[in-house]
Design a protein around this ligand. Structure first.
Ligand code: AHR
Length: 502
């Protein structure tokens, strides 16, 4: 009686379930994406070895450290739309021999190819991150992509391994993750799914010739949002031995022709953004339903290799550079989306936030020698405890965030158990005004003492600036009580909380 009364006293109830199967939350769900787009690579990651900005082989040291601190598990490169215009041989060998190219997708700028395959793969080594190379299918050739695999992966005597050695790299990098084109329904060539599925089969076959490094993980360019037909055709037409993952792209954009500002947004715009962000749950469920029809054994993974908020660019910046600020709204997108991915960790094996530095929902922004970490970065850092941990399934009896007669689930939650047996629970309250209380029933799981950490702020529009980079940072959180196998938590409006067993 007492306990049911106390349950009703809370706005939402969560019960942690004992895991039946041991599903591991792949750390690759916390992956990132860096495209040759605006100031993402040049200026963002790469300033060149002669820069006054402290760097390691041309890559900014502050960014390297920041990415190491969030244990970046993988990095997707070189696109995006750019990938299907990129010819990798332009970016190897002595700088003076590298041609300049025009980035036709992003601002029409000319670049000198000074950041190429070696730079990228060496950076991944430095970061301890798995590289995820996106191959050119749209304007490339089968041989070109097969040669790229050979160049980076072949350890023996072969033409591309020889070329790699001539360019100063003896050992292969053994790249496992490969995208076979990007957005083939759009910038990748405006293809039909039937045409692309056939092309995919051809490309994937010849990439497999260099499958000598423990196996490639080939990812088919996937659907945009709710294009379920795209997924259906790929799953139907591509034989299982040629595919390890199928992608999905979904951005939290209000309207493509009216995206709204990144900072001075209204509550109406916030609500719409969160509606799009939370839709990820439905998209994943429906794409998985189709995949399961053709792959009941669950051999093919779902890879959400582009996600995040997309707004109007900051005033005075090149519209083709997609540079936007990052507020508490972005922290809400990140916290809630990562909870969704965690809860689908049995099938979602990788995801890539778009994009790492200076583009879209970035984790870091740079301005000459200055760098700031965004609210999204802090969420990524708080959630590192879920990397490769065992998923604890959750049941949520939630409460709604209501705005203008419409409602969304206010609370989102996911939980995991680390290798050392420690429980971690991440909670998000997206409500713009209301504090919500949550009772977490631990069930059979016994949790010892817990630490709490919170990311919150006074206004949804709050963000970090180059003059005040510490405006939003995680703080210690104490507004929870553990008693009789339950935890009662009080979540302020638009906050992300991580509870960690000590
Ligand atoms: O992330 C920016 C762009 O969004 C990517 O290049 C493309 O794949 C998507 O449309």
């Amino acid at each position: 009686m007492c306990s049911s009364l106390s349950v009703l006293a809370q706005d939402a109830q969560v019960s942690l379930q004992s895991p039946e199967d041991s599903v591991v939350i792949s750390r690759h769900i916390y992956g990132h994406f860096a495209e040759h787009l605006g100031r993402s690579i040049y200026d963002g990651l790469y300033v060149g070895p002669d820069s006054d900005i402290p760097n390691t082989d041309g890559v900014r040291n502050d960014i390297i450290q920041a990415l190491k601190d969030i244990q970046i598990p993988n990095l997707r490169w070189p696109g995006g739309c750019f990938a299907d215009t990129y010819h990798w041989k332009d970016g190897i060998g002595p700088q003076e021999d590298r041609p300049t190219i025009v980035n036709t997708w992003w601002g029409g700028v000319t670049e000198d190819n000074s950041f190429g395959t070696h730079n990228f793969l060496n950076l991944c080594e430095e970061l301890g991150a798995e590289p995820y190379l996106a191959g050119n299918v749209g304007s490339g050739e089968v041989k070109e992509l097969s040669d790229w695999v050979q160049y980076v992966n072949h350890d023996g005597v072969s033409p591309m391994a020889k070329l790699r050695r001539e360019n100063g790299r003896e050992k292969p990098w053994n790249v496992k993750y490969w995208g076979v084109g990007n957005e083939m329904w759009g910038c990748g060539g405006n293809m039909t799914p039937e045409f692309y599925a056939n092309l995919y089969r051809q490309y994937a076959t010849f990439m497999g010739d260099w499958n000598n490094s423990g196996g490639l993980f080939r990812i088919a360019s996937g659907a945009s949002e709710d294009d379920y037909h795209w997924t259906e055709v790929l799953m139907r037409d591509i034989p299982k031995h040629l595919i390890e993952g199928v992608a999905l792209h979904s951005y939290s954009v209000i309207e493509w022709n009216d995206k709204g500002p990144a900072v001075e947004f209204s509550e109406d715009q916030y609500f719409k953004t969160m509606t799009k962000a939370l839709r990820m749950e439905e998209l994943i469920n429906k794409h998985l339903e189709i995949m399961d029809k053709y792959d009941p054994e669950h051999e093919v993974a779902l890879v959400v290799d582009e996600w995040g908020g997309w707004y109007n660019v900051e005033e005075g910046t090149n519209p083709g550079f997609l540079y936007q600020q990052n507020t508490m709204r972005d922290a809400m997108i990140a916290g809630a989306t990562l909870n969704i991915f965690n809860n689908h960790a049995d099938r979602v094996k990788m995801a890539n936030l778009a994009q790492t530095v200076n583009v879209l929902q970035a984790v870091a922004l740079t301005k000459e020698e200055k760098m700031l970490l965004t609210p999204t970065y802090h969420v990524m850092r708080m959630y590192t405890v879920h990397h490769d941990a065992t998923l604890i399934p959750v049941e949520l009896n939630g409460v709604n965030y209501t705005y203008n007669g419409k409602s969304l689930p206010a609370i989102s939650v996911s939980a995991s158990k680390s290798e050392e047996g420690k429980i971690h629970i991440s909670l998000v309250n997206i409500d713009s005004k209301k504090t919500n209380t949550v009772e977490i029933n631990l069930g059979d799981l016994e949790a010892g003492k817990m630490d709490g950490e919170i990311l919150s702020s006074a206004n949804l529009q709050d963000h970090n600036t180059f003059d005040d980079p510490g405006n939003i940072t995680p703080k210690e959180f104490k507004d929870f009580k553990i008693k009789n196998g339950t935890i009662e938590v009080t979540l302020p409006p638009f906050s992300v909380v991580m509870l960690s067993e000590k």
